[in-house]
Design a binder for this molecule. Structure first.
Ligand code: SF4
Length: 289
C-alpha cells in the first residue's frame, strides 16, 4: 500500500506523523510526503495542531484519510504500537531528535490544552526511545520540573551523551530548586531555557526562581520567559511583567492569546524584537504604530 503523509500546519516536523511513518514502513508499506500533483496513495495520514490554520485543501477524492492532531480531535491518540515507534526523521528531513519522556501536566492552566488532552503528568520513557545519535535533541515534555526524578534521569542522560538540548515547552519556575538547577546547568543548551510568567501573581515565584537559577550556574542570558498577554491580564500588567523581566536581566517573549488583536500584535512586536525592546520605550512605540 502507498501511504501519503500530510502535515497541515506547525513549523516543526510532526512527531505523530513521524512515528506513524515508521510503523507503516515496518508493516511493509511505502510511505512518502504526499504531493497532490503527482501522488496517488491508497491511504493518507494527516495531522493538524492549530485551530486557527485553514484545513488542507487537496485531499484526493476517494482516498481514505486518517486525521489526527488536537485541531482535528483533542482526544486523538496514537495506538500504542505506533506511539512506541522511533520517529522517521529521514522522511521529514529532521536532523535532530524529538520526543517526550513525560506526558501530561500537574497544572490546569485555562488557556492550555495539555490537561484535557494528556491528563496528569506521568513518565513515558527516556531519551533512548527516540535519540539516534543526533547532535541536537528537542525535548517536548510539558512540565519536566513536576517530576524531579525524571528530570534528574533525563538531565544525566543528556549530559552523559553531550547532547545539545532544547527544553522546548518550558520549565515551571514555581518548582525550580537548587538541585534541579545544578542538573540543568550541566546540559548543553541549544537555545535559552524557557519559563512562563503568565500573570502578575507569579511575580514572587519568578523573582525567587531567577535567583536560584543564577546563583546555581545558569547565566541570565540563558533564561527566557514567555509572557502571555490578552488572556487574563491588563495592558498595564503586561508592561509591568516585561519591564520586571528586563530589570532582572532575563529576556521576555510575548505570546499573544488573540493573534488578531491589534494591541497584542503591537505589544508582541515591540517586546519580541530585541533591538527595538532595548532602545525604544513602549509609550513611544505605541504612539508611532
Ligand atoms: S503548566 Fe504549561 S503545560 Fe501545564 S497546564 Fe499550564 S501551560 Fe499547560
Amino acid at each position: 500500500m502507498n501511504v501519503g503523509i500530510v502535515q497541515v500546519d506547525g513549523k516543526y516536523p510532526n512527531l505523530a506523523l513521524m512515528k506513524s511513518a515508521t510503523w507503516y514502513e515496518l508493516q511493509g508499506h511505502k510511505v512518502k510526503i504526499f504531493d497532490p500533483l503527482f501522488d496517488k496513495p491508497d491511504l493518507i495520514l494527516a495531522s493538524k495542531i492549530f485551530d486557527f490554520t485553514p484545513d488542507y485543501q487537496y485531499f484526493p477524492e476517494g482516498v481514505p484519510v486518517i486525521k489526527g492532531g488536537i485541531a482535528y480531535d483533542i482526544k486523538s491518540e496514537l495506538p500504542p504500537e505506533i506511539e512506541n515507534c522511533c520517529p522517521h526523521y529521514e522522511l521529514f528531513g529532521c536532523d535532530h531528535a524529538m520526543g517526550f519522556t513525560t506526558r501530561g501536566c500537574i497544572r490546569k492552566c485555562k488557556f492550555c490544552k495539555v490537561p484535557e488532552k494528556e491528563g496528569h503528568i506521568r513518565e513515558v520513557g527516556d531519551i533512548y526511545d527516540f535519540w539516534r545519535g543526533q547532535k541536537q535533541l528537542m525535548l517536548l515534555d510539558n512540565n519536566l520540573t513536576a517530576l524531579p526524578e525524571q528530570l534528574e534521569r533525563t538531565c544525566k542522560q543528556l549530559t552523559k551523551e553531550k547532547i545539545v538540548t532544547d527544553f522546548s515547552q518550558g520549565l515551571d519556575i514555581r518548582l525550580i530548586n537548587a538541585d534541579m538547577t545544578k542538573l540543568l546547568s550541566k546540559v548543553r543548551l541549544w537555545k535559552q531555557t524557557h519559563f512562563a510568567f503568565d500573570n502578575v501573581r507569579l511575580e514572587s515565584a519568578v523573582r525567587r526562581g531567577i535567583e536560584i537559577l543564577t546563583t546555581n550556574g545558569v547565566a541570565h542570558h540563558k533564561l527566557m520567559f514567555y509572557v502571555l498577554i490578552g488572556f487574563d491580564s491588563t495592558p498595564e500588567e503586561d508592561l509591568y511583567r516585561v519591564e520586571l523581566l528586563r530589570s532582572l536581566k532575563v529576556d521576555p517573549f510575548v505570546m499573544k492569546f488573540n493573534k488578531d488583536n491589534k494591541y497584542q500584535r503591537n505589544f508582541a512586536r515591540w517586546v519580541n524584537h530585541k533591538a527595538v525592546f532595548k532602545t525604544v520605550k513602549w509609550e513611544d512605540y505605541k504612539s508611532a504604530v
